[in-house]
Write a new protein. Structure first.
Length: 201
């Protein structure tokens, strides 16, 4: 009886796991939050040192990010994946003597990775990305905002991630995962951690 129950549980569990199939193309979309350090504390200190006054500041530690991707099955456990990601803006605000300096950053880019998924549904991936950081600087004086400068930086870095895929039906599954992007825009120290949920078809 115990053996029969064990077999039944194994069958039920295996049927709830979606896996890659050799030669099959799948696509998906995921959304979540990306955490990144935009250096607000260091910038605030540098500004305070420059003007010789106390600087108050606030900044975003994370914001929304989305990603769409395609995945090609090499065999049952291994697949190749290419994706495009884009974030909402991360903002920092510094105020001194009634003047507010605003920094805004957003990122976008493409990634390419190899994905290994075992029979349980858990997966890991590693690869590279080519990404761009866009930054804007403005100053607000007496309620009026003035755009001062804009700049962008692009470059490459590596990525690693882990996650889980669960089957919804024969054509659809859900995913949850975390991916670490090193050197966004090719800038050392400009790293991001993306936690997401999504759907795969």
């Amino acid at each position: 009886m115990k053996k029969l129950i064990t077999i039944m549980v194994a069958i039920l569990f295996s049927s709830s796991v979606a896996q890659a199939e050799q030669g099959k193309f799948r696509f998906g979309a995921e959304a979540g939050y990306a955490w990144a350090d935009i250096g607000a504390e260091k910038n605030a200190q540098a500004l305070a040192n420059a003007v010789g006054a106390t600087v108050t500041y606030s900044y975003d530690k994370a914001d929304l990010m989305g990603r769409v991707y395609g995945q090609y099955g090499i065999n049952k456990n291994l697949s190749a994946e290419i994706g495009y990601f884009k974030s909402a803006s991360l903002d920092a605000r510094y105020t001194v003597s009634g003047v507010t300096v605003n920094e805004t950053y957003d990122v976008n880019g493409f990634d390419l990775s190899g994905v290994y998924q075992d029979d349980s549904g858990f997966y890991g991936k590693a690869g590279v990305h080519k990404s761009e950081i866009n930054g804007d600087l403005s100053v607000t004086v007496s309620g009026t905002r003035y755009n001062i400068a804009s700049a962008s930086q692009d470059g490459t870095g590596f990525l690693v991630g882990v996650g889980y895929e669960g089957k919804i039906d024969e054509k659809m599954s859900w995913t949850a995962g975390v991916t670490y992007y090193d050197s966004i825009g090719g800038l050392s120290g400009a790293d991001a951690t993306f936690a997401s949920v999504g759907l795969r078809f």
